[in-house]
Design a protein around this ligand. Structure first.
Ligand SMILES: NC(=O)C1=CN([C@@H]2O[C@H](COP(=O)(O)OP(=O)(O)OC[C@H]3O[C@@H](n4cnc5c(N)ncnc54)[C@H](O)[C@@H]3O)[C@@H](O)[C@H]2O)C=CC1
Ligand SMILES: CC(=O)C(=O)O
Ligand SMILES: [Mg+2]
Length: 467
């Protein structure tokens, strides 16, 4: 159940209520008080800010219960999640202050002109003399934002700002959110190409399938900087990392497991491809109409590709039907699709990655008693399988070695690097994947990605620590 934190500003009439009464009302309605600040003390009345943790469902109950109680005036409700978004979440910052005319004539005109000319004469110098070498565009058209669907470019912005924050905080990569007001494939490609000169890489985000496949493929072909659709490959990389460790916990092997992947969109297609490359021999891709079946014909070119793979089962069925007996469930579809009895019918020692955001395919509380390893994309449960473990270190590595592309060996190396952060001694059901705050993650992913890029001839620069 999604948890939120609200700050309630209350004016209390001391003749009618005590603070104990207030606490009782909140607790009864399902809220959990985490802090109290006195804003205005007073004998007859006082004003306090009360921070309350509640589930989304209980929030309205708490508010209503307070409003109904005599002696309590609800002055304001602030959602702490909204508060951190006020004014946006990132800023740009100069690398030095401009203190005097001399500084001004160096960083700007006339001095800057010589630098411009030098870059014009040798465009490679853009990497040393501009922000290009450390800057990524996070590009979305707002059509598949988390699991919220097509909520448009304005709606997408808080997620893209969040990705930019994570790039910077975790890997020192400067990232800029770009939310496009078009859903047209050609226009998106034209626009990204037109803005690309200032960027060292393009992170495509939350662009709906199947359009995202063509956009990424064409941009990767036409640009000489890495183009990476995070929802496809970032997700696939982190799933493989989690699965490598979950299989160790469950005592199963990649070649023997039967895997059901639900939601064959951007993330699902890339996950299926990476599972096949990793040696999975029994795969059941499932979308809204049930299993994608070997030998059938599909209009979606990616589903058609899957239907031709010998490892894909030739069995029709709904998600619930095909899930019976499966060793692994990977959900990248939509929240709330499964119940306890569905995961109960999986093979013993089952592994469930319910990764739809913000609501997983099955409520963790329902799934946990019946599965061996359980993971979600969320940060409020153990085992957060989220592409945030991948994109910061992966782009850090790609930028440092000036990789032209991000190829399969670089992705596989990233997956193994993430898995390796959890040592065999630490590994258990609750800890198959490191926390995003584990500093080893970015360090190891970067190192593995640079190494793979050098080995596969993708690097255009050897970073000093590899010389
Ligand atoms: N934890 C993580 O790191 C990540 C999680 N996700 C989550 O995965 C989900 C899908 O993301 P994308 O692949 O980018 O979206 P997408 O829109 O490209 O694909 C979603 C797919 O799920 C299918 N689908 C919808 N309802 C379904 C149902 N009831 N049963 C089976 N399939 C169904 C759609 O037909 C579509 O093919 C979202 O909830 C997203 O938040 C995506 C990327 C990373
Ligand atoms: C995590 C992520 O990229 C998504 O849910 O779309
Ligand atoms: Mg995404």
């Amino acid at each position: 159940m999604a948890q939120t934190s609200v700050i309630l500003r209350l004016e209390l009439n001391h003749e009618q209520v005590t603070f104990g009464d207030v606490a009782g009302v909140i607790a009864q309605a399902g809220g959990d008080i985490t802090s109290i600040d006195v804003i205005r003390p007073g004998k007859a009345s006082s004003v306090r800010d009360i921070t309350v943790d509640v589930t989304e469902a209980a929030e309205a109950r708490v508010i209503e219960a307070l409003k109904q109680r005599e002696g309590i005036k609800l002055v304001n409700v602030s959602d702490r999640t909204f508060l951190v978004h006020l004014g946006g979440k990132i800023v740009t910052q100069p690398t030095m202050p401009i203190k005097n005319r001399e500084d001004l004539s160096r960083v700007y005109t006339p001095g800057v002109a010589r630098v411009c000319t030098a870059i014009h004469e040798d465009p490679k110098k853009a990497y040393s003399l501009t922000i290009k070498r450390n800057t990524i565009a996070v590009v979305s058209d707002g059509t598949a934002v988390l699991g919220l669907g097509d909520i448009g470019p304005f709606g997408a912005a808080p997620v893209m700002e969040g990705k930019a924050m994570l790039f910077k905080q975790l890997a020192g990569v400067d990232a800029f959110p770009i939310c496009l007001d078009t859903k047209d494939t050609d226009e998106i490609i034209r626009t990204v190409k037109a803005i690309s000169p200032i960027f060292g890489g393009i992170n495509l985000e939350d662009i709906a399938s199947p359009r995202c496949f063509e956009i990424e493929t064409r941009l990767a072909e036409e640009l000489d900087i890495p183009v990476f659709h995070d929802d496809q490959h970032g997700t696939a990389v982190v799933v493989i990392a989690g699965l490598l460790n979950a299989l160790k916990v469950a005592g199963k092997r990649m070649e023997h497991i039967r895997v059901v992947v639900n939601g064959i969109g951007a993330a699902g297609v890339s996950i299926c491809k990476m599972l096949l490359a990793a040696g999975v021999s029994k795969l059941v891709p499932v979308d809204r109409d049930g299993a994608i079946v070997q030998g059938e014909t599909y209009a979606n070119p990616m589903w058609q590709w899957l239907a031709k793979q010998p490892q894909v089962e030739a069995v029709h069925g709904s998600l619930k039907e095909v899930l019976a007996g499966a060793d692994v469930f990977i959900g990248v579809s939509r929240g709330g699709l499964l119940a306890a009895e569905d995961v109960q019918r999986m093979a013993p020692g089952s592994i469930v990655f319910a990764m739809a955001n913000p609501t997983p395919e099955i409520d963790p509380e329902e799934a946990l008693p019946h599965v061996r390893v359980f993971a979600t994309g969320r940060s409020d449960y153990p085992n957060q399988i989220n592409n945030v473990l991948v994109f910061p270190g992966l782009f850090r590595g790609a930028l440092d070695c000036r990789a032209r592309r991000i190829n399969e060996p670089m992705k596989l190396a990233a997956a193994r690097a993430i898995a390796s952060v959890v040592t065999d001694a630490e590994l258990n059901e609750q800890y198959i994947i490191p926390s995003i705050f584990n500093e080893q993650v970015v360090v190891k992913v970067r190192h593995a990605v640079v190494e793979a890029a050098i080995l596969t001839g993708e690097a255009r620069r050897i970073p000093p620590d590899f010389r």
